[in-house]
Design a protein around this ligand. Structure first.
Ligand SMILES: Cc1cc2nc3c(=O)[nH]c(=O)nc-3n(C[C@H](O)[C@H](O)[C@H](O)COP(=O)(O)OP(=O)(O)OC[C@H]3O[C@@H](n4cnc5c(N)ncnc54)[C@H](O)[C@@H]3O)c2cc1C
Length: 467
């Protein structure tokens, strides 16, 4: 019997185990997870901090599932070494687990900036971090979040939603500078300002003190809770020490195989064609490819890379961004609309007649249609303004499931199309929960819930079925 060992029981590892079992009931399967908790949906931790979801609602798999599926799951057990010569992993608890196939799914760790007092702050990556943040938030009078990327913005918005005054400090000149251009960053900052988050950009943190954060220039921002959202770093130590090729992440080919043919790597620890992804959709796609290959279900399966759509999960802040959003009129055709007072910013970046970048801030009803155009990379219709402002006869997917083609991707995280939702409805699924159970749509970041609800409602209406 083939023995498969998975190191890391986060979003990639947990998905892989499920995918393998869906294809093969008999292969030996052991998964080690350094975290004490059962695997959970890390993406939804922002909702836990915001108080819109209880911690128990974000669980992915539980002990009963492992028992029912004959999987040996070892939470709280860290793998400390890989003995490639004898094909076994060694754990911190002294266990030696032999493997035929090893999959590294060790994810990322939060970056802690090298400033004095950093140990007074809390990182934002794990369920334990979340619990620490929530405990401290209960007694805090003023919070500071350091890092104005996606995570920092979500953390700041979440804490402000709990009634805590929050200051968001960011080193770069504007918020979410990896996904947004300067104007969008500014509009986002203004929107957050109206929600209780004071934003400071272009600031350098020099020290974290007992009751505040000292900035360059000797200014101190008051805080009795400091959250670090300063980026992540792939966890590659195990692979490096085992002599595998590691660049920024563990280097893999299109099979997600490392330079040792019996070892694969997936998720945020993997580097594929020079890219390390920081979102869950690629991790889940990679898990499917590896499951296909190691079970023999489809030995020809390959991962070719992903086109990413980033969506913010922050109450009252609608934001979606994809592709090359930073390009300007010097390099591309740019269609842009900004209305700071309304918190709205929209931008399309077009090259050679094709959509290569999008920012939608404040209102995202056009996101479905634009995502399709971005994904397909086909020629755009001539009416550019109509793309930014889809009217009732326009092409807004979210507003009209009728006009959405079957190939349109509705759930980005799980790669589910409208056609799959329709097929699932036709075989009896009559509500979002049933569609989610059959296709997994809505179970990633949850951003597509309204769209799925719209499609199911429309199908029910068409057929005169009550949802
Ligand atoms: C608050 C937050 C919000 C996010 N929001 C979004 C979003 O909206 N959309 C999106 O697409 N992505 C989002 N992400 C990113 C997403 O969570 C990650 O892309 C995803 O979790 C990556 O999965 P992974 O399995 O590669 O890594 P992880 O989920 O980090 O899992 C890796 C696991 O491996 C374990 N591990 C590491 N080393 C060892 C070892 N030696 N032995 C045993 N176990 C080990 C770790 O403890 C960890 O549990 C968010 C992340 C956070 C923190």
């Amino acid at each position: 019997m083939t023995r498969i060992v998975v190191v890391g029981n986060g979003m990639a590892g947990a998905r892989l185990v499920g995918e393998i079992r869906a294809r093969d009931r008999h292969v030996g399967l052991t998964v080690f997870g350094a975290e004490e908790s059962q695997p959970y949906n890390r993406v939804l931790l922002s909702n836990v901090v915001a108080g819109t979801m209880p911690p128990e609602q974000v669980r992915l798999l539980d002990p009963a599932w492992y028992a029912d599926h004959s999987v040996t799951a070892l939470p709280g057990v860290e793998v400390t070494a890989v003995d490639r010569e004898n094909r076994a992993v060694l754990t911190a608890t002294g266990r030696r687990e032999p493997y035929d196939v090893l999959v590294l799914a060790t994810g990322s760790e939060a970056v802690v900036p090298p400033v004095p007092g950093a140990d007074r702050a809390v990182t934002f990556r794990t369920m334990d971090d979340c619990r620490r943040i929530l405990r401290a938030a209960g007694a805090a009078r003023h919070a500071v979040v350091i890092g104005g990327g996606l995570l920092g913005v979500e953390a700041a918005r979440g804490l402000a939603g709990r009634g805590l005054p929050v200051t968001l400090l960011h080193l770069a000149g504007h918020l979410m500078d990896r996904q947004l251009d300067a104007e969008a960053g500014l509009v986002l900052g203004q929107t957050l300002g109206g929600l209780g988050v004071r934003t400071r950009t272009g600031v350098v943190v020099e020290e974290i003190l007992d009751g505040g954060v000292r900035l360059a220039g000797d200014e101190t921002v008051e805080a009795d809770l400091v959250v670090l959202a300063c980026g992540v770093r792939p966890v590659t130590g195990l692979a490096r020490e085992a002599g595998l090729e590691v660049a920024r992440g563990i280097v893999v080919d299109d099979e997600m195989r490392t330079d040792d043919p019996s070892i694969f790597a997936i998720g945020e620890c993997a580097e594929h064609r020079g890219r390390v992804y920081g979102l869950v959709a690629p991790a889940w796609e990679q898990a499917t490819v590896v499951a296909d290959i190691v079970t023999g279900a489809d030995k020809a399966a390959r991962y070719r890379g992903s086109r990413l759509v980033t969506r913010l999960k922050a109450r009252s802040v609608e934001l979606a961004a994809m592709g090359e959003t930073h390009l300007t009129e010097d390099d591309a055709e740019v269609v842009r609309f900004s209305h700071r007072a309304a918190g709205t910013y929209r931008k399309l970046v077009i090259r050679d007649g094709r959509l290569v970048g999008v920012i939608l801030l404040g209102e995202t009803s056009a996101v479905g249609n634009l995502t399709q155009l971005f994904d397909r990379g086909g020629p755009l219709p001539g009416d550019r303004a109509g793309l930014l402002f889809p009217g009732p006869q326009g092409n807004a997917v979210a507003e009209s499931p009728v006009r959405m083609p079957d190939a349109a991707k509705v759930c980005q995280c799980n790669d589910v199309t409208k056609g799959q939702i329709r097929a699932c409805w036709e075989s009896g699924a009559r509500d979002v929960a049933a569609v989610a159970a059959a296709t997994r749509a809505t179970t990633g970041c949850g951003g597509c819930r309204d769209a799925v609800e719209g499609i199911v409602g429309w199908l029910c209406e068409q057929e005169g079925v009550s949802a």
